[in-house]
Design a protein. Structure first.
Ligand SMILES: O=C([O-])CC(=O)C(=O)O
Ligand SMILES: [Mg+2]
Length: 223
């Protein structure tokens, strides 16, 4: 690990574990069935993006979507963590965007292929500064919002999650070891939609944090 300071979790080189379909209204808006167990996928550490740098539309997508999500930063490693002690493994939180190439994801779903191209490209995980655990006393009572060019697109409460933060920590740690500096994206509420080059995304957690990202396009490295 490049640093042991989880307050700079995006520099730790650890994994990003994402939960999908954790809000019923979002699952319905994409015509997906409600999950009976968490749907998991991964982003690599190269997906991280901090404020000041643009979200880059992948060259192979023409329908990039925003998904605002609560991120949980792991502070203590563990495997097969019981729900009752799960919160002891939380160092804090971050506001996160799970940028998704929706057209590519639709093709992957139709072909029964993994979502890597749709979810794991460079800049697909814009994150806020670290939010210490004390700032969010209850992860089931967080209001998330996202605006595109000052128009509200998403507003939802983590109270609507199908699987709670302790359940997710317990479930995920039964599949893969959680390590200090890992980030768990807990799923998006309804209202996802397209963004385009030059758009400005603002997202926030009421009373806690907000962040701004611009959308750009990577200049080709081949010509
Ligand atoms: O792409 C999707 O709809 C799954 C997902 O990440 C979410 O629900 O947050
Ligand atoms: Mg998501």
């Amino acid at each position: 690990m490049s640093t042991r300071n989880v307050a700079r979790f995006w520099e730790c080189g650890r994994k990003i574990i994402c939960v999908g379909r954790n809000y019923a209204e979002h699952a319905r808006e994409l015509k997906n069935e409600l999950p009976t167990e968490p749907v998991l996928f991964l982003k690599p550490p190269t997906a991280y993006l901090k404020e000041g740098s643009p979200i880059l539309v992948p060259h192979y997508s023409s329908n990039l979507h925003h998904e605002v999500e609560l991120g949980v930063v792991v502070g203590k490693a563990g495997r097969e963590i019981p729900q009752t002690s799960a919160m002891e493994h939380v160092a804090g939180y971050a506001l996160c965007l799970d940028m998704t190439a929706r057209d590519v994801q639709d093709q992957c779903k139709a072909k029964g292929l993994p979502w890597t191209l749709a979810k794991a490209f460079d800049t697909s995980c814009p994150v806020s500064d670290f939010i210490p655990k004390e700032r969010i006393p209850d992860p089931a009572g967080v209001e998330l919002w996202l605006k595109v060019n000052s128009v509200t697109r998403q507003r939802g409460s983590t109270a609507q999650m199908i699987f709670s933060v302790p359940y997710l920590i317990s479930y995920i740690s039964g599949v893969m070891a959680l390590e200090e500096g890992d980030l768990i994206l807990t799923g998006t509420p309804k209202g996802v939609g397209a963004v385009h080059e030059h758009d400005e995304l603002q997202a926030g957690i009421d009373g806690v944090i907000n962040m701004t990202f611009k959308v750009g396009r990577r200049a080709s490295e081949h010509n």
